[in-house]
Design a protein around this ligand. Structure first.
Ligand SMILES: [Zn+2]
Length: 333
C-alpha cells in the first residue's frame, strides 16, 4: 500500500487517533461501511452497490507492465449483499450482464473457471456446499460450461473467473465473481431476518472488466489499435487539401462536434497524402479530405481506415451514418 506522509499539524491528529493513513487499495471495506449505515432488513436484500472505484497499490517496479499493470487504476467494481438463497439468482444475472458487455466490446467468446474450497478456509462445510452448488448451477443455467480449479478458491469463499479469448486466440482473465462469507463477519454487517433476529449477509465481489486501464490494453491488443468507431478516442479528422478550405474544415468540425462525434481539424500546411498517412498510422477510423471542389459542392471525400477506395459524400448523408456508428451497440435501434 501507499503510506501517506503527513505534515506536523496532521501528525498530531494522527497521534491522537493512533492511525496511519494509506491510499485505498480496494473498495470492498468501504462498501461494507456504507451497508452498515442504518438498519437493514431481509426486504432490502439483495442490495447492490457499484462503483468505478480508483485504487492505488504499490506494486514492485518489476511487476509494472505498460498500461496492463499500473499502480493507480480504476476498477469496475460492485458488491452485492444478499442472503445465501439469493447467490444463484445474482450470479445468473451477473453472467448475463457480463456476456452482454463483452459482446458489445467485440468479444463473443469467453470461458468460465470455477475455483472451489481450499484446504484452509473459513465457514462451515454446509455453507460452502450451498455456495459452490449455487455458482455451478447459475453458470449452467446461463448456458456455460466451466473448468474446475480444485482447491483454488479463496479462504473466504468460492469464485468464478471469466477468461476472454481475443482475435488471435490469446486468453485474458478479466471478470470475477467471488463469494465472501468472511468480510461481512469481520466488519459486523447484519440484517434483520424474517424471524426478527440478526443475520450475516453474504457478500459477492464482482467485476466485469477488472480494471479500465488493463481492459483498454486488452482492447488495443484485440483490435491491433483499430478500435471500433464508437470506441475510438479520435473518430474523425477533417483535413484541408488547400488553405482556402480552412473555413469549410472548421464548419464541418463544428457540425460533427455538435452531433457528439470526437473530431479534430488538420489545417496544417502539409500535403494531403502526408496528413492521411499520419492519421492512418494513428488509427483514426475516418479521415475527411476537403479541397476547392468539396467546398463548392458542399461534399467531403471520405477515407476509411484500411480501405483504399475513397467516397465523395454529402455532409448530411455522412453525418447520419457516422452518428449511428458512434452509438454503442446496445443503444442502437
Ligand atoms: Zn470486493
Amino acid at each position: 500500500m501507499f503510506i501517506v506522509e503527513v505534515d506536523e499539524e496532521h501528525a498530531r491528529e494522527k497521534a491522537k487517533q493512533g492511525a496511519d493513513y494509506y491510499l485505498k487499495p480496494m473498495n470492498c471495506p468501504c462498501h461494507v461501511q456504507i451497508f452498515n449505515q442504518g438498519m437493514k432488513s431481509y426486504r432490502d436484500l439483495p442490495l447492490r452497490m457499484a462503483e468505478f472505484g480508483s485504487c492505488n497499490r504499490y506494486e514492485p517496479s518489476g511487476a509494472l507492465h505498460g498500461i496492463m499493470r499500473v499502480r493507480g487504476f480504476t476498477q469496475d467494481d460492485a458488491h452485492i449483499f444478499c442472503r445465501e438463497a439469493q447467490i444463484e439468482d445474482e450470479t445468473k444475472q451477473f453472467i448475463e450482464l457480463l456476456s452482454a458487455v463483452y459482446k458489445d466490446l467485440g468479444f463473443e467468446k469467453f470461458r468460465v473457471k470455477f475455483s472451489d474450497r481450499p484446504d484452509t478456509r473459513a465457514g462451515s462445510d454446509a455453507v460452502w456446499d450451498k455456495a459452490e452448488a449455487a455458482l455451478k448451477s447459475a453458470t449452467e443455467a446461463a448456458g456455460y460450461a466451466y473448468e474446475l480449479n480444485p482447491g483454488e478458491g479463496a479462504f473466504y469463499g468460492p469464485k468464478l473467473e471469466f477468461v476472454l479469448t481475443d482475435a488471435i486466440g490469446r486468453d485474458w482473465q478479466c471478470g470475477t465473481l467471488q463469494v465472501d462469507f468472511v468480510l461481512p463477519d469481520r466488519l459486523d454487517a447484519t440484517y434483520i431476518g424474517e424471524d426478527g433476529a440478526k443475520h450475516r449477509p453474504v457478500m459477492l465481489h464482482r467485476a466485469i472488466l477488472g480494471s479500465f486501464e488493463r481492459f483498454i490494453g486488452i482492447l488495443i491488443e484485440n483490435f491491433s489499435g483499430r478500435l471500433p468507431f464508437w470506441l475510438a478516442p479520435r473518430q474523425v479528422v477533417v483535413a484541408s487539401i488547400v488553405s482556402e478550405a480552412d473555413g469549410f474544415v472548421d464548419e464541418i468540425v463544428a457540425l460533427l462536434k455538435k452531433h457528439g462525434l470526437k473530431v479534430e481539424a488538420d489545417k496544417r500546411n502539409e500535403k494531403i497524402n502526408y496528413k492521411i498517412r499520419e492519421h492512418s498510422t494513428g488509427k483514426v477510423p475516418v479521415i475527411l479530405a476537403v479541397g476547392r471542389k468539396e467546398m463548392e459542392d458542399r461534399t467531403v471525400t471520405v477515407r476509411r481506415l484500411g480501405e483504399s477506395e475513397t467516397q465523395v459524400r454529402s455532409i448530411s448523408d455522412l453525418l447520419a451514418e457516422l452518428a449511428l456508428e458512434a452509438t454503442p451497440p446496445d443503444l442502437r435501434a
